[in-house]
Ligand binder design. Structure first.
Ligand code: 3HC
Length: 301
């Protein structure tokens, strides 16, 4: 049994939050059901940035969808954007939502504070979800008083409009009804949900992060060049990006942050050395080279 999610608030209008809002607003099955979506951030400048991310992603989708017909493409972009409400009031948005998805900064205190506040504003039935990639869902959920059975992880992948997977993270307390509601929403978005336990990195990052780190160590040991490692994994393993291209795409600061957090805590990990932070990753981040987003990481853009 599931209860139908008819209104969703996304908190955080960065790349992930904007992508999630867009994917809901553009999904034909959810449009048919009249699912409402609100994108929330703390200031108008951040909302404007979120809107910009959505517009350019939609334009990319529209260009192909309408085969260069500019009028149709422009209408698609405008109609989809018009289905998203933009707001700076998270409490008000939560008060009218069946689901709140958090996609703010990857910091436990900040996430707990947000959910502690929203717990007092949202109806008892509202489901809370975090898009965290590295923090334990059960730790974030501790900030709510009586919502542990309606608190889950909903982990999307970058670029959200293009990536089909969503990890639905189940804590021990999550109810079957809340899980089924989340799964229905994910299917409505045209994506595929997989069930994950609340373990470090869930499924994808648990495998992807040690893989990227070992690629970095391999180059540090002088066993291959980064260019050859990238070519090898694309042509030899069919990956769309090599590990260095992917690390630059995800962000070296993000990758380092995830790695250091897991390494320091060691909680839930067997083989802590798999996530030991490589020196060259730390050096690039120290130099302010975060990857694609600011023009240089392992490669220059
Ligand atoms: N919005 C909408 N569509 C987009 C997009 C965006 N931001 N970015 C790419 N696309 C679409 C393109 O329009 C194109 O669509 P088409 O197939 O209909 O033509 C398709 O994606 C392919 O794009 P391109 O032709 O421009 O380029 P590529 O073929 O190189 O694909 C890519 C780009 C989809 C990013 C691909 O390289 C890829 O899948 N890379 C791996 C991405 C990945 O592994 N992401 C997960 C990272 S881990 C993560 O997010 C977890 C976090 O917790 C750290």
């Amino acid at each position: 049994m599931s209860s139908v999610i008819k209104s969703v608030s996304i908190i955080g209008a960065g790349l992930m939050g904007a992508g999630i809002a867009q994917s809901i607003a553009a999904a034909p099955a959810l449009i048919a059901k009249g699912v409402a979506v609100t994108l929330v951030d703390v200031g108008e400048d951040r909302l404007a940035n979120g809107k910009k991310i959505i517009s350019s992603s939609l334009a990319r989708v529209a260009k192909k969808k309408f085969d260069g017909d500019k009028a149709q493409a422009d209408a698609f972009v405008a109609d989809t954007l018009a289905r998203i409400t933009f707001s700076t009031d998270a409490g008000l948005a939560a008060a009218h939502s069946d689901l709140v998805v958090e996609a703010i900064v990857e910091n436990l205190d900040a996430k707990q504070k947000l959910f502690r506040d929203l717990d007092t504003r949202a109806p008892k039935t509202t489901i809370f979800a975090s898009n965290t990639s590295s923090l334990p869902i059960s730790e974030i959920a501790k900030s709510t008083l009586s919502r542990r059975d309606r608190f889950a992880g909903l982990h999307f992948f970058n670029p959200v409009p293009q990536m089909k997977l969503v990890e639905i993270v189940r804590t021990q307390e999550l109810s079957d009804t809340a899980y089924a509601s989340l799964k229905d929403l994910v299917v409505g978005m045209g994506k595929v949900g997989v069930e994950c336990k609340d373990t470090p990195g869930f499924i994808v990052n648990r495998l992807l992060v040690p893989y990227m780190l070992e690629a970095i160590r391999m180059v540090e040991r002088g066993e291959a060049s980064k260019e050859d490692v990238d070519i090898a994994m694309k042509l030899g393993a069919g990956y769309p990006m090599g590990p260095f291209e992917l690390a630059d795409y995800v962000g070296l600061d993000t990758t380092k942050f995830i790695t250091e957090g897991w390494f320091a805590s060691g909680k839930g990990l067997q083989g802590k050395e798999l996530v030991s932070p490589p020196a060259s990753l730390g050096k690039l981040v120290e130099e302010g080279k975060f990857g694609r987003k600011n023009g240089e990481g392992f490669y220059k853009y």
